[in-house]
Design a protein around this ligand. Sequence first.
Ligand code: UDP
Length: 327
Amino acid sequence: MKNVLVTGGAGYIGSHACKALAQAGYTPIAFDNLATGWAQAVKFGPFFKGDLMDAAAVDAAFAQYKPIAILHFAALSLVGESMADPGLYWRVNIGGALNLLEAAARHGCRNVIFSSTCATYGDQDGVVLHEETRQQPINAYGASKRAIEEMLSNFGAAHGLNHVIFRYFNVAGADPDGDLGEQHRPETHLIPLMLDAVAGRRPALTVFGSDYPTRDGTCVRDYVHVTDLVAAHVLGLQWLLDGKGDAVFCLGSGRGFSVREVIEYSRQVTNRDVPIIEGGRRPGDAASLVSGSERAMTELGWQPAHSSMADMIRDAWNWSQKPGYTE
Ligand code: UDP
């Protein structure tokens, strides 16, 4: 039996992960409270509606499906919100992970893949960020994710849980087949907001800060296609099932794009202008976050084949043009 519990399986990244798992011969069990996920995004295996804060629901999911592994995506993940309400982030992200790992330990599930983030690194003067770079988060979102990385180590030592930690850079794009895409309520991410402005669903994109110490004054991020990102998770699952043990991998394209550069790519892909408002900085934003993802390539055999900026914007644009897409 190859059941895999996917927390956040109805969300943006989790739903793409379910598709990749199903294509690789696993049965993804989407565990989601639908707070930000979409029931219609659960297409590739059973749906278990539940909240990670509800220990009994988590326990019931393990009892029913006896998963061989967990992919843990479900979390609050907005930098700005985490700055405004840090208690929410500590309570939900830590409490949810704790219920999950305790249930895994009780039910003898030994393999955990965890969605961590480049936000655990904080602001490091534009240096390329590697797995060994010191983590010093500057926002509560990053701090909560770093704490869960430590939780995984503790549970590994005490209960034999093995883990692969993926530190994501900025995930973008949509399923190239058009089955799935990015759709948050409310949307806060650069590329979908930009495309909404291009399509006239919003009046303009606000550029958050033009006075950063970067090449054009706007924040630099490393964007990775969601299809590439979830492919790494399937490789990470195989890694754990092969008994290769605990590991940490950064997942990015290795190339940084400023907000203005992303806007320029959008012009090229869509042939339309992006209406812009120059705004102030968003609290908690680092100036530059760029990955060194060599370890994932050399050790996992990962190839971010879809992660050119043009491909990510094109797939996101196609998704946002589909009937039924709402802002
Ligand atoms: N950004 C922006 N305007 C927006 C949303 C985002 O200028 O309306 C910038 C943001 O400051 C950051 C980058 O775009 O530098 C990516 O932000 P996003 O929220 O997509 O991802 P994050 O980096 O927070 O994970």
